[in-house]
Design a protein around this ligand. Structure first.
Ligand code: ZN
Length: 403
């Protein structure tokens, strides 16, 4: 069940959260908190159900430590799959800042969409090829370290044959097919799975139309998402609750990701040629850092629709202040505090340049919840970019984003 994790290589940067494991080849490896659930699920199912059946004579500590190592190696093989995508993406000129492992598998964050069908094909196919290579290598290792008559004995008495395996061979025998299944599952031709990306690349190559290729691959992705959900429901009806729910959740997730991937491409197309300078708000107020905090609340913040206020001292942008920043201060103290005491200093503020492209701007504002991004040139705030402004621009320029 857990070997059917789809992996996704989204072009949007999600808000980074979780634990940084380290950096390899200049790519940060992060663990999403949701990974703990799946890690525990794998360890417990191996230690409580799979390995005790294979090795009824093993001591509990051997069963559990083998299960633990097997689970760690499973995530290592997922990482290798993502690194294959990431390193090939880098040769194709795409920056990959991080790989995140989360509940549905791995996700390499590609900062841009591939520029050609050839790039896309290469980036997409190497992941499953890596999983296949790992699977075959583990099978070879297993063949080398098992007794010569293992296969004959497996045919005659499979339980006795497996019971003779040591911990290393046991891990190989479990992990090899898991990696092969991982490769096969990811080759399902539904966008944004690897197979869907391969399909998109081939349609794109064949028709020369990336948008149409994406539309078809995304439609195929939604089709497969319904199949997975149907398979989940069937499992549920047969009393296999965990598998049933798991496939339904994966199906639902895949369907959403297919839709989101397509919409993102449409939006990127609509915003092509635009820069932040075209989209930002230029009518806004600023506040001096020495302005009294109580006065700021009574005479400015509450009198305006503006949510985020750039703090400017002698023409220099020094920080920002918003309602949540003020709310952190004790009301009774505000009479003797000034804006500087409650503001967020520049070092902790994300800013953008007016030259940033529209599609990149969309990715940046997607990282913010509601807060606009200050647009800065040479230390001066020249505008504020709100997520909603991008859609307002599209609406006012009669560009409908529809499928
Ligand atoms: Zn992949």
């Amino acid at each position: 069940m857990t070997d059917s994790n789809p992996d996704l290589h989204t072009a949007t940067a999600r808000t980074p959260k979780g634990l940084t494991l380290g950096t390899l080849f200049g790519i940060e490896v992060r663990l999403d908190p949701s990974i703990i659930v799946i890690f525990l699920l794998i360890v417990v199912s191996l230690a409580e159900s799979v390995f005790p059946k294979w090795h009824p004579d093993w001591a509990w500590w051997l069963t559990w430590s083998t299960a633990l190592v097997a689970a760690v190696l499973f995530f290592t093989s997922l990482l290798a799959h993502e690194f294959a995508h990431s390193l090939v993406a880098r040769t194709q000129g795409i920056v990959v800042p991080r790989i995140t492992l989360f509940v549905f598998g791995g996700m390499a964050e590609l900062t841009a969409e591939p520029k050609s069908p050839r790039s896309e094909l290469l980036i997409a196919i190497v992941g499953p090829l890596m999983s296949l290579l790992i699977g075959v290598s583990l099978a070879v290792i297993a063949a080398l370290i098992t007794p010569a008559d293992f296969v004959d004995q497996l045919m005659a008495d499979s339980e006795a044959a497996i019971a003779r395996l040591g911990p290393v061979a046991t891990i190989c025998v479990w992990l090899a097919p898991v990696n092969v299944v991982l490769a096969v599952f990811n080759l399902i031709p539904g966008f944004p799975l690897d197979g869907g990306r391969v399909l998109r690349a081939m349609l794109w190559w064949f028709t020369g139309d990336q948008l149409r290729a994406t539309k078809l691959a995304a439609r195929s992705g939604r089709g497969f998402s319904w199949l997975l959900i149907a398979y989940g429901v069937t499992n549920l009806l047969w009393g296999r609750a965990i598998e049933g729910v798991w496939f339904m959740v994966i199906g639902w997730f895949l369907g959403n990701a297919a839709e989101a991937g397509y919409q993102r491409l449409l939006l990127g197309r609509a915003l092509h040629g635009l820069v932040v300078g075209d989209l930002m708000r230029t009518r806004f107020e600023v506040i001096d850092p020495d302005f009294g905090l109580a006065d700021f609340v009574d005479t400015r913040l509450l009198r305006s629709a503006q949510g985020l206020w750039p703090v400017v001292a002698d023409g220099r942008f020094v920080g920002v202040i918003s309602q949540p920043d003020v709310a952190k201060s004790v009301e009774a103290d505000r009479g003797r505090l000034c804006v500087r005491d409650a503001m967020r200093p520049l070092a902790s503020v994300l800013t953008v340049s007016p030259q940033l492209s529209g599609p990149d701007a969309l990715e940046r504002v997607a990282q913010m919840s509601d807060e606009p991004l200050p647009v800065v040139v040479n230390g001066q705030v020249v505008g504020l970019l709100h997520g909603a402004d991008i859609f307002r621009w599209l609406a006012l320029h009669q560009l409908r984003v529809s499928s």
